[in-house]
Write a protein that binds this ligand. Structure first.
Ligand code: RIB
Ligand code: CA
Length: 313
């Protein structure tokens, strides 16, 4: 497995937190060049604070964290406190972070990093609304061809929406940004609700986190204990869906996942279906196959990997 250089773009969020922890626990496969933060689950000041908190929890005190866009490209910000709590990281009580954010804006960090690194050696891993990524592409179109791959959590098809009847939250918050990313002609792997709703933190899996007995293991158990309420109530799920950690696990072991290369487009016109990812799963159009759309995973293997790696922190 070749070690990947990645930029994690995130809106923590408990599931973002677990995705970041898994990445920081996996230096053999992932070199995190920096964490760029976007408004999404909660406003930017809180997603920034949560990102710093998570880095400190992992002991990654030198990880550069960059504040990014505080609102979508064109729309007002929609947040998800109803899922993640007022702080965005409800569950554990973690100390106020002492780490400082970098002075550079997240969008400029993305641009400057892609310009500085060797072409096609940096993977972008968006875990929230795609505002930072699209803003970087708009500000510096020359960087688009320098991106190795985009591996993102977002969208839904057979699983349909979690914030509207048709749209998944990350895409819905900034559909114009998502449209730019999906039309970028880059190699995109999509981890949609179709697969993340199969990565559920059952009680046994939550107990395994807690049984690690470490500050990270206990905090992850407390995060997922809190985070599961929304999905249990709405879907009758067996536990919290670990949406964003599917991105990190895919980078570590893509064989845990199964998908199909298809066309995916984003609805940006109709308010009724705004932010829907229209996935041509059955190939009924001749639209370009612009995304690997993941539909399934080996959930036992996923949780085994996650728990083993969290034990390292
Ligand atoms: O719809 C799930 C996605 O929205 C996850 O990334 C979660 O963190 C929220 O950002
Ligand atoms: Ca997220």
């Amino acid at each position: 497995m070749v070690k990947r250089k990645v930029i994690i773009d995130t809106d923590p969020g408990q599931d973002d937190a677990v995705a970041i922890l898994l990445a920081l626990a996996s230096p053999e496969e992932i070199e995190v060049l920096g964490i760029t933060v976007v408004a999404g689950n909660v406003p930017l000041d809180l997603t920034v604070k949560n990102s710093l908190t998570i880095c400190e929890l992992a002991g990654a005190f030198d990880m550069p964290v960059y504040a990014g866009c505080h609102k979508p490209l064109q729309r007002r910000l929609i947040t998800a406190e109803h899922v993640h709590g007022k702080t965005g990281l409800d569950g554990p009580s973690l100390p106020e972070p002492k780490m400082q954010i970098q002075a550079e804006h997240a969008v400029d960090f993305i641009i400057n990093t892609l310009r500085a690194e060797t072409n096609k050696t940096v993977t972008l891993c968006p875990l929230g609304p795609l505002t930072n990524i699209a803003s970087a592409f708009l500000k510096a179109p020359d960087i688009i061809e320098k991106v190795q791959q985009i591996v993102l959590m977002g969208g839904a098809y057979f699983e349909v929406g979690n914030i509207t009847p048709t749209a998944e939250f990350n895409i819905y918050v900034d559909p114009e940004a998502a449209d730019i990313v999906f039309k970028s002609n880059l190699d995109i792997t999509v981890l949609p609700l179709d697969v993340t709703h199969k990565a559920l933190v059952t009680k046994a899996r939550n107990d395994a986190f807690r049984a690690l007995g470490t500050p990270v293991g206990v905090a992850v158990a407390q995060m997922t204990d809190f985070f599961e309420r929304f999905d249990k109530e709405k879907y009758g799920s067996a536990g919290a869906p670990l949406h964003d950690p599917c991105v990190t696990a895919y980078l570590i072991n893509p064989d845990l996942f199964v998908g199909r290369h298809i066309n995916v487009m984003v609805e940006t016109a109709s308010e009724l279906t705004m932010g829907m990812t229209v996935a041509d799963w059955w190939g009924v159009t001749d639209r370009p196959k612009n995304a690997l759309f993941i539909g399934d995973l080996d959930s036992e293997g996923f949780f085994k990997l996650l728990t083993e790696r969290l034990a390292r922190l």
